[in-house]
Design a protein around this ligand. Structure first.
Ligand SMILES: NC(=O)c1ccc[n+]([C@@H]2O[C@H](COP(=O)([O-])OP(=O)(O)OC[C@H]3O[C@@H](n4cnc5c(N)ncnc54)[C@H](OP(=O)(O)O)[C@@H]3O)[C@@H](O)[C@H]2O)c1
Length: 219
């Protein structure tokens, strides 16, 4: 499958490694240009491209840049993607350490709804509470006892299923965490954030979440 990855840091780099190993055709971009991605390209066989090109022909696009960088993504970067493209948003709002104050999120908009508005395309929220290293280390075959599960939130059932299928290929169970308006259940500070449990543990953690953003995660 053609997959575009925008952001080649902790998460984008490791997704590039695993998805190429699974045989997917990956295009990967960062902010500084494809010439700065030669080491990752050599290691993985992924194609380094400009951010504006990463989605071309892709069935799945992963947006995995710091939240504050989302408004800087090239206008129309999804224009050349497959018609039914599913866009994964891995983002978290880190107002104190990284992103500064984003008023709409402080006022209660979910992070992913904000991202969706910025890029002008629906997103599926996944991987946001997953340690980057776990993507490399903790995948396991279907049916393995204690197989780690990831919550997946989004409004488009077909796109959500495509993302869940890809995560299964990567070696993880998934739990349907509802629509994007419910995706506060997996934001930083919730019981599911950083949780390495199996599907039962993730269902329980999602149910125990509170919509209120804790002080640590506010500007
Ligand atoms: N680290 C984790 O374990 C983890 C886990 C779950 C979720 N997340 C979330 O996932 C997102 C990415 O995290 P990360 O740790 O992977 O970030 P990171 O290591 O800081 O990497 C960010 C990547 O985004 C690229 N980038 C920045 N602005 C861009 C732009 N305008 N256009 C294209 N690419 C751009 C950077 O490119 P340059 O290097 O060229 O600047 C870099 O490759 C964040 O929202 C984070 O909160 C992180």
């Amino acid at each position: 499958m053609k997959i575009g990855i925008i952001g080649a840091g902790n998460i984008g780099g490791n997704l590039t490694r695993r998805l190429t190993a699974l045989g997917h055709e990956v295009s990967v971009a960062n902010s500084r240009g494809p010439e700065t991605l030669s080491a990752l390209a050599e290691e993985t066989g992924a194609t380094p491209v400009a951010a504006a090109e990463a989605a071309r022909g892709a069935r799945i696009v992963v947006v995995t840049v710091p939240l504050k960088a989302v408004p800087d993504l090239p206008a129309g970067f999804l224009d050349g993607a497959a018609e039914d493209v599913a866009v994964i948003d891995t983002g978290n709002y880190y107002p104190q350490q990284r992103d500064g104050r984003i008023a709409a999120i402080e006022d209660g908009l979910t992070e992913s709804r904000w991202t969706e508005q910025q890029i002008g395309h629906p997103v599926i929220k996944a991987f946001n509470g997953t340690y980057a290293q776990d993507i490399l280390d903790r995948g396991a075959p279907q049916g393995s006892p204690g197989r780690q599960a990831l919550p997946v939130a989004g409004d488009d059932p077909a796109a959500k299923q495509a993302v869940r299928d890809l995560i299964d290929e990567l070696g993880f169970d998934t739990v349907d965490a509802g629509g994007l308006d419910e995706s506060w259940r997996q934001q930083p500070g919730t019981p599911v954030y950083g949780n390495q449990g199996d599907a039962d543990a993730i269902v329980k953690a999602l149910a125990e979440a509170s919509p209120e953003r804790t002080a640590e995660w506010r500007a």
